[in-house]
Design a protein around this ligand. Structure first.
Ligand code: HEC
Length: 125
């Protein structure tokens, strides 16, 4: 096969493959989010029964979502949510925020945390 064809095919494969992987992650993330749904909603103005609404969470200072009574620890944390610190929080909420009030043991599997973060990045926009 001529070189250009091989290169072209390679590129095509790469382009076709990347969105698929992300798609799979988001589907997994949606599934993982079922563990959070009892307490969290993602839509603008969504219900807040056992936890704060997560709409617009990325780039927002922790503990500032309107209409939710956050722990003093969360409000004083100076955390601005991004993929990295959310990954740490979701791994071990009580270690990341010892006096926080999120009653959730954490997600042990890194791939589940990445997937739920992928999902949240889209769903909370
Ligand atoms: C039992 C209820 C409950 C479950 C289950 C739960 N959370 Fe929470 N979550 C809370 C509460 C309550 C807070 C506020 C904690 C505080 O003020 O210290 C919180 C806070 C958060 C915050 C910070 C919100 C902000 O505006 O600063 C994020 C992000 C979050 N949770 C994500 C998740 C994800 C993702 C899951 C599932 C993997 C999850 N939570 C599972 C109750 C829950």
């Amino acid at each position: 096969m001529p070189r250009t064809v091989v290169l072209g095919l390679g590129l095509l494969t790469a382009v076709a493959f990347v969105p698929q992987v992300r798609g799979a992650d988001i589907a997994l993330g949606e599934q993982v989010f079922k563990k959070c749904e009892r307490c969290h909603t993602v839509d603008a103005g969504g219900a807040q029964a056992e936890g704060p609404n997560l709409h617009g969470i990325f780039g927002r200072k922790a503990g500032t979502a309107p209409g939710w009574q956050f722990s003093d620890a969360m409000k004083a944390s100076n955390v601005v949510w991004n993929r990295q610190n959310m990954d740490e929080y979701l791994a071990k909420p009580k270690e990341f925020m010892p006096d926080g009030t999120m009653n959730f043991p954490g997600l042990r599997k890194p791939e589940e945390r990445q997937a739920v973060i992928d999902y949240l990045e889209q769903a909370t926009k």
